[in-house]
Design a protein around this ligand. Structure first.
Ligand SMILES: NC(=O)c1ccc[n+]([C@@H]2O[C@H](COP(=O)([O-])OP(=O)(O)OC[C@H]3O[C@@H](n4cnc5c(N)ncnc54)[C@H](O)[C@@H]3O)[C@@H](O)[C@H]2O)c1
Length: 280
């Protein structure tokens, strides 16, 4: 049993994408759900793949926390309406919503197809829009709540992922607009912009081997700290933002990026060149 610190004691939370792509390490939604449970929240674990969310529930329950699984597609309005109803049914209300679902896709404005574009917006933006659409009225009716949207540094810097970047940028725009619209209802809305963290989803994109290891090292070296970041770093940031310790913070974008946004590429070039590149 882990120590429970109670920063969100007794709160009811929804985390979307609370499972994790299979593989070593931990996704941001899974880590966020576990941290929130450790901090005393009851968590509705939402995922398209029920077995992934069940795995998160098992980990939370083993630590003495409370969680329920909701399996659904958060890009569908009906599923989001049901998801919020399930949280109210299980926990009595919704105090916290973490809009975590997302997936990167490579492509420039020229080679991205219309289908790629729509898919990126469905996964990265529509999910947050629909989950918020049904959660906000519940929060407003009880006098407050807190929402965190998981964006990306790709919204703020070129990354060769035009549809993903545009959708994650839209998520930041949605964050500030929601913070404005619902501030007087006691609802805080913030975003986290993860940098080059290592999650199973990232590792699943390339085959294991020297090239994948090289890229992973480069992802660490690109930051000012030169150390790897992971799903936990995002989970801890999200938990802070939804807690009362952040009671006067709304409409903010918190980078969790080892300082990548705080340096010019020129200054990092010598460090990146110092990493030996595999031949194949
Ligand atoms: N990994 C990184 O380097 C990185 C960097 C910046 C931002 N992010 C963001 O962090 C978030 C999570 O990334 P991750 O690497 O932990 O991903 P992940 O794939 O491990 O976890 C996301 C979960 O969401 C679920 N999901 C996908 N579509 C869904 C839908 N329509 N309805 C319900 N569930 C759905 C998946 O089944 C999966 O379990 C994403 O928003 C991603 O864009 C990640």
């Amino acid at each position: 049993m882990v120590e429970r610190r109670g920063r969100v004691e007794g709160r009811a939370a929804i985390v979307t994408g609370a499972g994790s792509t299979p593989g070593p390490g931990i996704g941001t939604g899974k880590a966020t759900a576990i941290v929130l449970a450790r901090e005393g929240a009851s968590v509705l674990l939402v995922d398209l793949h029920a077995e992934r969310a069940e795995e998160t529930r098992k980990l939370i329950e083993e630590e003495g926390g409370r969680a329920e699984v909701f399996s659904g597609d958060v890009s569908l309005a009906a599923d989001c309406e049901e998801m919020v109803a399930a949280a109210v049914e299980a926990f009595g209300t919704v105090d916290i919503l973490v809009n975590n679902i997302g997936r990167a896709a490579l492509g420039t404005v020229v080679d991205t197809t219309e289908e790629d574009w729509d898919r990126a917006f469905d996964i990265n933006l529509r999910t947050a829009f629909l989950a918020s659409k049904y959660a906000v009225p519940v929060m407003a009716a009880q006098g407050g709540g807190s929402i965190v949207n998981i964006s990306s540094i790709s919204a703020l810097r070129g990354d060769g992922t035009v549809a993903y970047s545009a959708a994650k940028g839209g998520l930041i725009a949605m964050t500030v607009d929601m913070a404005y619209a619902h501030g007087r209802q006691g609802i805080r809305v913030n975003a986290v912009a993860p940098g080059h963290i290592t999650t199973p989803m990232v590792m699943s994109v390339s085959a294991p081997g020297p090239r994948a290891e090289f890229m992973n090292t480069m992802r660490s070296e690109a930051g000012l700290l030169g150390t790897p970041g992971d799903g936990w770093d995002v989970g801890w940031a999200a938990a802070f933002l939804v807690s009362d310790e952040a009671r006067w913070i709304t409409g903010a974008v918190l980078p969790v990026d080892s300082g990548v946004l705080s340096v010019t590429p020129l200054m990092m070039a010598p460090r990146l060149r110092g990493v030996p590149e595999p031949e194949s």
